[in-house]
Design a protein around this ligand. Structure first.
Ligand SMILES: [Fe+2]
Length: 293
């Protein structure tokens, strides 16, 4: 079956005429398979006006695969539902130095979700619950397209390289240098350093993508400065202005993207205004597969 889609500029699609909620029993198996194919092929799918409940969002995620435990910003609900919010449980806006706000700021760098895991996430599903009037947009670019724009020489040079993904150091660099907080004992950031191939093969499409992000500490076996410079160059190839889709959220939006091909970042927003987003992440099926061509 074909979904009714309209391209987003310059990457991704908007899907019309599909309700993801469970009011009518939820999407059929056939519809869900088409949705999955669309996200794999297009990188990103937007569905507006959905207003999913947390239970519906979790149920949708579960139908795409096992969900990652979401140990960030838990709010007493299903621990697989992450709540990205600048509003505390008491309804007050969080202070800028609150550890939860540091996590919000890390998301302002180009990244793919849960690269800090041995098996990083496949899909992310984000829903907008409370949206500030300005700011708080999310930017997306394709690491698959970036790979395709590289020269044959460049591609050959990247095969076999592993990137260093270091969440602790990314978090530390966001911290107040005067802070004495023992960062490594914070369970929300206590992830070991991971090595993942810089060129990866998608397990469903078979296509090759770059696998890079701004939090990376370089390339395995390379001097740090040289590795960081390569990562910066590759992130820049993927995220130049003409390659980036900018999403301006409306309450009720659902965005589903494939972390195996898409890189994204959040935009800052006026912290005096509330912003609440719900997300679930579908676990990947295996560690990133090194590309061979
Ligand atoms: Fe993210």
């Amino acid at each position: 079956m074909d979904l009714e889609t309209r391209p987003l500029d310059p990457i991704g699609v908007e899907i019309h005429g599909l309700s993801l909620g469970e009011g009518g029993g939820g999407p059929s198996e056939e519809t869900l398979a088409a949705l999955r194919r669309t996200v794999v092929d297009e990188g990103l799918a937007l569905l507006r006006g959905q207003r999913l409940t947390p239970d519906e969002q979790v149920a949708l995620g579960c139908r795409l695969g096992p969900l990652e435990p979401m140990d960030l910003d838990r709010d007493g609900r299903a621990p697989v539902l992450g709540i990205l919010s600048n509003v505390g449980a008491d309804g007050a806006i969080l202070a800028a130095d609150d550890p939860r706000m540091r996590l919000v700021r890390i998301n302002e760098r180009w990244h793919t979700d849960s690269a800090f895991r041995e098996v990083p996430a496949s899909f992310s599903i984000f829903t907008a619950v409370v949206v500030p009037e300005t700011g708080g947009d999310t930017f997306f670019a394709s690491l698959e397209r970036a790979w395709q724009t590289l020269s044959g020489e460049d591609r050959k040079g990247l095969l076999g390289l592993n990137g260093i993904h270091d969440y602790r150091s990314a978090y530390r660099s966001e911290a107040d240098p005067a802070s004495v907080e023992p960062i490594s004992s914070d369970p929300r950031v206590d992830f070991p350093v991971r090595l993942h191939p810089i060129a990866r093969r998608h397990p469903e499409s078979g296509r090759t993508s770059l696998y890079v992000a701004e939090h990376m500490g370089g390339v395995e076996g390379w001097p740090e400065a040289r590795g960081r410079a390569l990562v910066s160059r590759l992130v820049a190839v993927a995220t130049h202005e003409g390659a980036v889709y900018r999403h301006r959220w409306r309450a009720g939006d659902v965005l589903i993207w494939d972390n195996r091909t898409m890189i994204h970042r959040a935009q800052g927003f006026d912290p005096r205004h509330a912003r609440v987003m719900h997300h679930v992440r579908v676990a990947g099926s295996e560690p990133p597969i090194p590309a061979s061509r």
